[in-house]
Design a protein around this ligand. Structure first.
Ligand SMILES: [Fe+2]
Length: 251
């Protein structure tokens, strides 16, 4: 069973990983620091997914059955075991000769953002980071909205109530044309919902500090929901959103 350190640092050769320690030190993003390690039942999917370094695929912070029936094992096996793993593998390939751009996916994505000479490197570094953030944005028996605490107060100030937040997030997620992401972001204590296209993240576009995210690429939901993206978004909001993770990101 992986330890907390395994989740954060998985590449002893260069000391870098999808969740790099340097990244955590320089960012408000909590990531998997205090989430429980994946259940060993997921070992088959993880074994099939393991890219070789320097960047590694962080273990899922839940068992691959934990999100059922809202996200199936089949979807997770493709999304995590194929898509996320491929982003990390491609990042490793494209990183060769570009080591000066950073030692974490987050740093590489930030350095390569907007650089037309490094678009593939940017896309894969960004997607490696985005997906790790995604897995931590979900948990078994999640959803709803916090009712007490600093984040709850900020949510109430921005969206009035749970229905207001759900509408704002759902409208953001369903209005993203084509592939992309929906995010809850923080700007100096003010929360808002924003969308990004393809591999972009608010962390490097400047739209705010990510608090939670949902992947709205079709590979994230099509096996379970086909064209009904709104049903997938509702399932996330009602049953999966990880507010413990969100609290850690809201600093
Ligand atoms: Fe994805």
């Amino acid at each position: 069973m992986p330890t907390r350190r395994d989740l954060l640092v998985g590449a002893p050769a260069l000391g870098v990983a999808v969740l790099g320690a340097a990244s955590l030190a320089n960012s408000a993003i909590a990531f998997a620091a205090d989430t429980k390690p994946a259940d060993t039942k997921t070992s088959e999917a993880k074994a099939a997914a393991a890219p070789t370094g320097p960047f590694t695929l962080a273990a899922l912070p839940f068992a691959d059955t934990d999100l059922v029936p809202y996200i199936s094992q089949n979807t997770l096996s493709f999304h995590y075991g194929k898509h996320h793993a491929k982003y990390v593998s491609k990042l490793n390939e494209l990183y060769v000769g570009n080591e000066a751009m950073g030692t974490t996916p987050e740093a590489v994505a930030k350095a390569a953002y907007g650089d037309k000479d490094h678009t593939p490197l940017y896309n894969n570094a960004a997607q490696a980071w985005n997906h790790t953030f995604l897995w931590n944005s979900m948990k078994k028996n999640g959803g709803g909205m916090p009712t007490t605490g600093k984040l709850a107060d900020a949510l109430k100030a921005a969206f009035t109530d749970a229905d207001g937040f759900k509408k704002a997030f759902r409208d953001t997620a369903t209005s993203q044309f084509g592939s992309g992401w929906a995010w809850l972001v923080n700007n100096a204590g003010k929360l808002s919902c924003v969308k990004t296209a393809n591999a972009d993240s608010p962390l490097w576009t400047g739209a705010g500090t990510p608090i939670l995210t949902l992947d709205v690429w079709e590979h994230a939901y099509y096996l379970d929901y086909q064209d009904k993206r709104s049903d997938y978004v509702n399932a996330f909001l009602d049953h999966l959103a990880n507010w413990d993770f969100a609290e850690k990101n809201f600093v």
